[in-house]
Ligand binder design. Sequence first.
Ligand code: NAD
Length: 476
Amino acid sequence: MTRSYENYIGGEFVSSSVHHDVENPATHEVIGTTPDADADTVGAAVAAARAAQPAWERLPAIERANHLREIAAALRTQRERFAQIIVQEQGKTQGLAQVEVDFTADYIDYMAEWARRIEGEVIPSDRPNETILLMRKPLGVVAGILPWNFPFFLIARKMAPALLTGNTIVIKPSEETPINAFEFARLVSETSLPAGVFNLVGGRGSVAGEALISNPDVDLISFTGSVAVGSHIMQTAGKNLTRVNLELGGKAPAIVLRDADLDLAAKAIWDSRVINTGQVCNCAEKVYVEDEVHDALVERLTVLFEGTRYGDPSAEAELDMGPLINAAGLAKVEGLVARAIEDGCTLVTGGARADTESGYHYQPTILTNADSTMEIMAKETFGPVLPIQRVSGLDEAIELANASEYGLTSSVFTRDISSALRAARELQYGETYINRENFEAMQGFHAGRKKSGIGGADGKHGLLEFTETHVVYIAG
Ligand code: NAD
């Protein structure tokens, strides 16, 4: 049965004249139809958020936190239903979809915990009898624009810190995965959250997205997605001098040194390449391995890649990965692998579309003999493909890793504390995982350098991005 949805504006579901079908990427079955907001509808959502903001800001932070907790609690009562929607809409495995839903509820609660902890400052004055106060205030109206790869969690990553700090929000989900967001709006509409504090508009980037990023009444555009769209948003936002927070793509290097625990490294790198079918911004997209352990690592990785269980996640519970998100994603991965082989890579395993009845499936693929001049070592692949390059040691690995246009995450496998610390000092990345899988914590700070973004999310530093300062000088 297909489900039908409408934009959620000012606490009401407002019917739209244009809709689009959403398909399951594993079966191509249409699973729902969601609205495509036009510019006027987006304008109405921003106006509703603006109208609701002053009263929301005036509520004590602990009351705003209580609204967030109510949403998290309601979500927990429907955790399996939401996971099922994500499985069908995005092609995530059942286990990972459940992790996404549970992490989302925990994240909302985590942000609520900050209610009593956002403090201002008292700054010493140069004058007698003067007090200088630095206050933290909300920005106003936030536009949250989401990608499709962690569509549900990303709602919370934008909404929870924005609302806790006294902002109101308009969310636009990806046109690929809007259903989970519209179901979330339904859940929010059944809580006591005041109307207009949370708004949701569907639609394409070229229409609904453009209307949001060019609206002068938006105070912050918090965007997660590709470098190309992030760059365009920054240019458009420049016209109104709207603040931007950009979480963009990556090409995370995994550095494996000769003293590494190779079983641990192989497992973490394999996990990282098949989780969400390789469509994760922070996961290892390429390996630099020290010569002496190259063959031993490739041998371990090959066993793991060839043992990967994949298929239709709606039909099978115990899978390691599902399909890619759409035909364009599959064609992109196919093209990158074909050109890598033309460029001189050796295909160890995989290298083709998977032989499944339907769905955008690609085989888990290992390529060796990669080198840094190749496209496959430079461009984000977003698929279950791992190119591997030999290096002479840590010096070369760091030099090559830092030559990237991206700077989101990186990982290092070594038993030597000095090598680990040196990598941590010298890698030009927002995050480095040492001897562990690629996954950030909600209390950390997920922030890219270079073309991977501006600003960051999570923890205290992520929360403060939704505030601005106001300094007050009090004489006498
Ligand atoms: P995308 O840039 O194609 O789309 C993201 C969102 O932007 C969608 O909602 C889309 O409708 C919207 N959009 C497109 N054109 C727009 C425009 N002109 N104006 C306003 N909005 C517009 O990205 P995607 O394919 O959905 O997501 C994959 C990308 O996201 C990858 O590059 C991945 O690395 C990145 N990502 C980064 C992080 C991070 O934390 N750094 C997390 C997840 C995904």
